[in-house]
Design a binder for this molecule. Structure first.
Ligand SMILES: NC(=O)c1ccc[n+]([C@@H]2O[C@H](COP(=O)([O-])OP(=O)(O)OC[C@H]3O[C@@H](n4cnc5c(N)ncnc54)[C@H](OP(=O)(O)O)[C@@H]3O)[C@@H](O)[C@H]2O)c1
Length: 316
């Protein structure tokens, strides 16, 4: 079987191996033929950190070719999205059925592949603040992989959404996602105050966001893409966010409901309430290393998706 493995001598630290062993699913795992997968910002560091020969790939979509032996999960032929720990950048992968969601025909493999990590991060972070109907929510990094979902989901949940983007060239994109107000800086006393902040930028943005939070409000801090130094002081809370909460948000928890949450996202795509995932780049999967170069150059917005052609398989 073919699939990508880490190799420090390869382009972007990757090599397409042609002799990987076929997956051997555990009783609670379905075997899925991969049709598309997505790349996340974080995978750049994962690839550099993991040992040679490690098999990356967390976001995937495809077709079930063998159902789980314990009877759980979808039947053969079902189209699915999968939230994996690894090994998804390959022709086939074994997936625990609690990490799988069946797809409506209205959802393409490309759309489904873009959902798992970025979509679950946004969906679960939005829950940190409880009900947001009629409340003010700030989304930072609003046109990024996670941010684009966060804006749309917060709007769908009835919040009044302010989007912070990296510069004027991103303003129209954030408006298209449905944001009610779009800003390029938090240095404005009229912003908010926010019941909830979905914070994916870190550095000085986190402290600035805290200064705009309501007393007892919430900041779900999930990312810091430039690994910038983040300094925060009690004085930032004195501004107005007395007794506000900063939650160090880790999206893969809880494990058992990944598939359930993925199904919520897929249903929102199917009925049009999630009008993207915005896909900024689609390439044949053999060109996966190129994605990392384009990501480093910030050459596209939204998600990068790699596609695999359907092939007859002898697996039963
Ligand atoms: N905790 C978790 O479970 C979890 C899960 C998923 C991701 N993450 C982390 O979350 C972060 C974002 O991930 P992602 O996949 O969404 O990355 P991404 O697609 O690269 O998005 C990052 C966004 O932040 C924007 N940005 C960067 N600096 C900014 C600034 N100073 N002001 C405003 N916007 C700024 C970028 O703007 P441009 O569009 O101009 O580049 C981009 O839109 C990463 O650190 C990732 O590791 C954490």
């Amino acid at each position: 079987m073919r699939g990508f493995i880490t190799d420090p001598t390869g382009r972007a630290g990757l090599r397409l191996s042609v002799d990987l062993p076929e997956p051997t699913p555990k009783p609670n795992e379905a075997l899925v033929e991969v049709r598309a997968y997505a790349v996340n910002n974080d995978e750049t560091t994962l690839i550099a950190r993991r040992p040679d020969g490690w098999r990356p790939g967390q976001d995937a979509a495809g077709v079930v070719v063998r159902a789980a032996a314990d009877g759980s999960g979808p039947a053969p032929g079902a189209r699915v999205a999968c939230y994996l720990d690894q090994e998804g950048w390959a022709e086939r992968v074994a997936v625990p059925t609690h990490c799988v969601a069946e797809l409506d025909d209205a959802v393409s493999f490309e759309q489904a592949a873009a959902l798992p990590i970025a979509g679950l991060t946004a969906l679960r972070a939005l829950r940190v603040g409880g009900a947001v109907l009629g409340r003010q929510v700030l989304v930072t990094g609003a046109t990024g992989g996670v941010g684009q979902f966060a804006v749309q989901l917060a709007v769908a949940a009835g919040a009044t959404v302010t989007a912070l983007v990296s510069g004027p060239e991103r303003i129209e994109d954030a408006r298209a996602l449905g944001a009610h107000r779009v800003v390029t800086s938090l240095d404005d006393a009229t912003l908010g105050p926010f019941h909830l902040v979905l914070e994916g930028v870190g550095g000085d943005v986190l402290a600035a966001a805290v200064r705009h939070v309501v007393p007892g409000g919430y900041v779900a801090w999930y990312g810091n893409p430039g690994r910038r130094t983040t300094e925060i002081s009690i004085a930032d809370f004195y501004a107005q966010g007395w007794n506000a909460h900063i939650v160090g948000f880790i999206s893969p928890h809880p494990e058992q409901t990944k598939g359930e949450d993925l199904a919520i996202l897929a249903a929102l795509v199917a009925d049009g309430r999630l009008t993207t995932p915005r896909i900024g780049l689609v390439l044949d999967w053999e060109r996966t290393p190129e994605v990392f170069e384009q990501m480093a150059a910030r050459a596209f917005r939204g998600k990068a998706v790699l596609t695999l052609a359907s092939k007859p398989t002898s697996v039963r």
